[in-house]
Design a protein around this ligand. Sequence first.
Ligand code: ZN
Length: 373
Amino acid sequence: MNFSTIIAQESIKQRLRQQLITGQIPHAQLFCGPDGCGKLPMALAFAKALLCQNPKNGEACEECRSCKMLHHWEHPDLHFIYPIKKTQATPLCKSYLPAWREELTRSPYLDSVRWNEAMQVENQQPCIYVADADAISETLYLAAQQGGYRVVIIWKAEVLMEQAANKLLKILEEPPAHTVFLLITSNPNNILPTILSRTQRIQFNALTPAELTQVLTEVHGLSSEDALPIARSSSGSYIQAVRQLQVNEEREMFFDMFVQLMRKCYLRDIREMHRWSELVAEWGRTKQKDFLQYCQHLIRENFIFNFHQPELNYMSKKERDFSVRFSPFINEKNVINIMNELSLAERDIAQNVNARMVFFDFALKMIVLLIQK
Ligand SMILES: [Zn+2]
């Protein structure tokens, strides 16, 4: 991870490299901009170059001891503050540090969806609590300094709780020597004006469709024909583009599994149906639920397909081609029952019923339901 692996944002890279070369580094900077444009990767690359023992032209060398430690973001002078869920009396983000480092190593293009998943947060808005502001203050003022810079990255500064924000303000007002704060936010309006006034702001723009297309073709190996629609509908976010890519891949796989099952049911090949359900049973529960929802979508679309109103159909070309032959099997006699079976299966999966049984059971019922005409 260094400046060259960050997508676009060339003028910001240039500005930060210049700071590194001249050594004129503001003690607190605010990286502002929409999700998925590369603020956190930029902060990490900057921190790495700052901590590197042998930087060249404002880039980390990737070889010194410090750079090696930063391969997995473990460095005594790099501190992170990020939102966490409230589980104990004094929640500290330190307790999520292994998960945090793992997510950064997977991809520094991190958003709250992935971070919340990693922390297993469902119906809660994670926050930055005062305990973390206290902890960082203690570390910065009391711990012996090793020489060189110390970097504090505060990710999602907009969710600082009030007390935490006030504490942080005190640190920013009397900054310890050789300490660089990088605050990251997509929503500066939710940050205390007194904190904002203590930081130098760097504004990031959303990525352009051309920039996203380039990374989708060069890094992800898509054709430009496939890349362009994804680039256009990702709101300038690399994170959204990757997510769409995964959804597309998963959807194709779901389609194949659905077609396989329908063929096996039609042929009444019980042995193969059993093998099919064993395969699906190996997936995680979330994927199984997504698959069952996809099946409901496809059944509904096939039922509608019979009415020859293409403007009401939402299917890919591949799905539509399949519907030409499959849709007659989905009709007034069976559509409600099939949908019911699918939603029952979904409920069972949510309640942790043995997945192999749920899917095999559904497959067996489909034998009967498919011949109701
Ligand atoms: Zn280095």
